[in-house]
Design a protein around this ligand. Structure first.
Ligand code: NAP
Ligand code: ZN
Length: 366
């Protein structure tokens, strides 16, 4: 058994300002990588700028990261980073800017290489990366993964490199500008990480600690989330500070879980659904969770997952997920291609701890 979590993770109020010295210690000039709007609205970008200014560290901003970031955007940011001679990268935002920051850090550190190195053997080093999450879902601040869209293949895939952030600064106040849809989708992504890590060929009693903790956190606030969905207003009007803190903690813990095991079938099946139908990542994964638990519901490990979430049965879990998340229509054609693709994806299949055949996998769509 092995446990390896090299990222220095802090989680508290005013986290960025409190740890400005550790942030500044990563280099002399930073590339701040963000999405188009949200980091300005929730205050995270302003906090990072202020922290760096107070420490006398200069920076440039690349704020064009799209959802499900593409290789093309990573290369555009690389150009800015190389021209500006940056020596560390700060990802600020949801999983998209955080993942992009890791890939950009690799490309800036190797200015003579083209994008093909992203998916080749891991022989190059990346610049140091810090991450400031503003969604509670991907846990990218605590994982070494970076998932990019490959338009040429009409799908998404994690780059070959494992780039652990040096520093992760978590402050749940940034979550308060989220819409109910973004909040629910991202929470379900974190939930999927916890479940797919627990029910995983690579799971052991060390790394299951993360899933167990995260699933208990989810159980403590799952009713608040459903109330918030039913209320239909903004999450900050119905959820307490304590719930926002728990969401942030659950997400980072779930990131630590998949760092040790990777994900499994729901994630594998989600990528084509996101690419072809534009369904957000968390929702595209979440629609496959009931199927993931259904076919082996008599196994003790599946029962343990349900117990930790405080659901009496898979049916109760399914009912909850349907109301929280809603459904997605997947055409027969897309579903056939998706299933065939996964049946040929040994990396995802081998993580599933039970037997899986094509006929059973077909039933994951409800
Ligand atoms: P995201 O794609 O980063 O962001 C989704 C939307 O939420 C964007 O419109 C973004 O706006 C907005 N947003 C972000 N923070 C917000 C806030 N505090 N308030 C209001 N809006 C906010 O979503 P995500 O689900 O966090 O990340 C998904 C990506 O992460 C996918 O590419 C997925 O494959 C990847 N992922 C990575 C890992 C990993 O281990 N590395 C794990 C799971 C998933 P802006 O565009 O304006 O910022
Ligand atoms: Zn995910």
């Amino acid at each position: 058994m092995q446990i390896y979590m090299p990222t220095n993770v802090y989680s508290e109020n005013n986290c960025v300002m409190n740890h400005k010295k550790e942030l500044a210690a990563l280099g002399n000039k930073a590339l701040l990588v963000t999405g188009k709007h949200s980091s300005q609205a929730n205050g995270s970008l302003a906090d990072v700028k202020q922290a760096l200014q107070e420490e006398g560290i200069s920076y440039v901003v690349f704020d064009k990261i799209e959802e499900n970031p593409s290789i093309e955007t990573v290369m555009q940011a690389r150009e800015l980073g190389v021209n500006e001679n940056v020596d560390f990268v700060v990802g600020i935002g949801g999983g998209s800017p955080m993942d992009a920051a890791k890939a950009i850090a690799l490309m800036v550190a190797n200015p003579k290489e083209d994008e093909s190195i992203l998916y080749e053997a891991r022989e190059f080093q990346a610049l140091p990366v810090a991450e400031v999450p503003t969604t509670a879902g991907t846990g990218s601040e605590a994982t070494p993964y970076a998932i990019l869209t490959i338009h040429a293949r009409r799908t998404k895939q994690s780059i070959s490199y494992r780039i652990y952030p040096a520093l992760a600064l978590l402050d749940s106040k940034y979550l308060k500008t989220e819409s109910i849809d973004t909040l629910v989708n991202t929470t379900v992504d974190a939930l999927a990480h916890l479940i797919e890590s627990y029910l995983n060929t690579n799971a052991n009693s060390y790394n299951r600690m993360y899933s167990e903790k995260g699933l208990r956190l989810f159980a403590e606030m799952k009713d608040d989330l459903l109330q918030c969905r039913r209320f239909g207003g903004e999450p900050r009007q119905t959820l307490s500070d304590e719930v926002f803190d728990k969401l942030m903690q659950m997400s980072a813990t779930a990131g630590m879980a998949i760092t040790h095991t990777s994900t499994s079938l729901p994630h594998g099946l989600s990528y084509a659904v996101t690419y072809e139908l534009g369904v957000p990542h968390g929702k595209a994964v979440g629609i496959f969770l009931p199927g993931f638990l259904t076919f082996y519901q008599e196994k003790e490990d599946v029962r343990a997952v349900l117990r930790q979430m405080c659901f009496a049965s898979v049916d109760d879990f399914t009912e909850y997920m349907d109301e929280l998340l809603g459904k997605v229509e997947i055409s027969d054609d897309l579903w056939k291609k998706d299933v065939e693709m996964i049946m040929g994806n040994q990396a995802k299949l081998k993580n599933y701890p039970f037997t899986m055949d094509e006929e059973t996998l077909y039933k994951f769509r409800r």
